[in-house]
Ligand binder design. Structure first.
Ligand SMILES: C[S@@+](CC[C@H](N)C(=O)[O-])C[C@H]1O[C@@H](n2cnc3c(N)ncnc32)[C@H](O)[C@@H]1O
Length: 321
């Protein structure tokens, strides 16, 4: 608890953020007080890392790297493996390479030259996973880079990375859903990547994102889409590419109409890409059940998912508040 408070003091030490500190802290403490049989194993990894001398965070494209950590690769590996599965990344810890399921560098390459440079901006990363992108945003020079992510394991993974890292004041991950956050219209760039299709109410998600944005700020929205015209969308029955909780996949024109109806302006589609097994792949870091995208596509027709839907295609849209 004291450690968490210290982290909050360090991160929320900014005029605009300060007044939200107490509410975010209270809600985060509550979110962390859940019962989960894995917590002792995850805590062991955190405690082991907290006792080490911290390393330097950097970028060795596409890897986020932590160098000069005061421990052997074997010690680091055995503790990182307490935190399986590693979906988001990749990372290098000293000379140990952690190949996560997702090769996150590919998504970053698709968007980085199209966004307003993050230097000196306050950035919100909604659905941040273990903070791979949140940390990349901080490395781009963001004044503050705040990730929010309700999934507990990802919060422990972020805490493990953070424990090994000297630079602690410019990024933070809170264990909260967007809807649980206070309305904080202080962010200059807001990212929602891979989150919209998981929402039961996509319009509510778009309007709640807007409540977090300053005037003229930028939303970077990445989501699954389908081919089709305005008004078309896919509501999968059951799973989609083996994923649960996929609610609605719009066509590009449908998505644009949602954004217009939510009050966004200056809507630009900057990328449309099919997700490939090079981007979402099987690696030894995803644990005992190493199935990945190639297992979720129809073996006789990879343009379809195993459920018979169009295979995953993602769009990135940038727009302004
Ligand atoms: C597919 S992952 C994407 C992770 C990362 N943004 C990326 O692009 O690789 C979606 C994440 O969003 C989180 N999520 C889902 N609904 C959310 C919500 N309402 N608020 C915040 N996070 C949410 C999930 O827990 C999950 O980790």
């Amino acid at each position: 608890m004291k450690l968490l408070e210290e982290r909050f003091d360090l991160f929320f030490n900014d005029l605009a953020l300060q007044k939200f500190r107490d509410e975010c802290l209270t809600k985060s403490v509550k979110a962390l007080q859940v019962k989960n049989g894995n917590i002792p194993k995850w805590t062991q990894a955190l405690e082991a890392f907290s006792a080490l001398s911290e390393g330097q965070l950097g970028l060795n494209e596409p890897y986020l790297s932590l160098s000069d950590i005061g421990a052997s690769s074997e010690m680091i590996e055995s503790n990182l493996k307490r935190l399986l599965p590693w979906r988001k990344g990749p990372f290098i810890f000293n000379d140990l390479t952690l190949e996560s399921e997702w090769q996150g560098g590919l998504k970053w390459q698709r968007l980085k030259n199209n966004i307003t440079p993050l230097k000196n901006r306050r950035v919100l990363d909604v659905g941040a996973g273990n903070g791979y992108f949140t940390l990349r945003m901080a490395l781009e020079g963001a004044k503050k880079s705040l990730g929010i992510e309700p999934f507990l394991l990802f919060n422990y993974q972020y805490a493990a990375i953070n424990a090994l890292c000297k630079q602690k004041s410019s990024s933070m991950l809170l264990p909260l859903r967007l809807e649980e956050m206070p309305s904080m219209p202080i962010f200059d760039s807001v990212f929602s990547m891979g989150v919209l299709y998981h929402q039961r109410d996509h319009m509510l998600h778009l309007s709640t994102l807007k409540e977090m944005m300053t005037r003229n700020s930028e939303l970077i929205l990445e989501t699954l889409i389908i081919d089709g015209d305005k008004g078309d969308s896919l509501i999968p029955e059951g799973r989609y590419a083996n994923m649960r909780n996929v609610h609605c996949l719009p066509s590009i024109d449908t998505l644009k109409s949602w954004l217009i109806d939510s009050g966004y302006r200056n809507i630009r589609v900057i990328d449309i890409s099919k997700t490939t097994p090079q981007e979402q792949r099987k690696t030894q870091w995803i644990g005992d059940n190493p199935a990945s995208l190639e297992d979720f596509l129809d073996p006789s027709d990879p343009s379809l998912t195993i459920e018979g839907y169009p295979a995953p295609t993602r769009a990135i849209i940038i727009c302004n508040n």
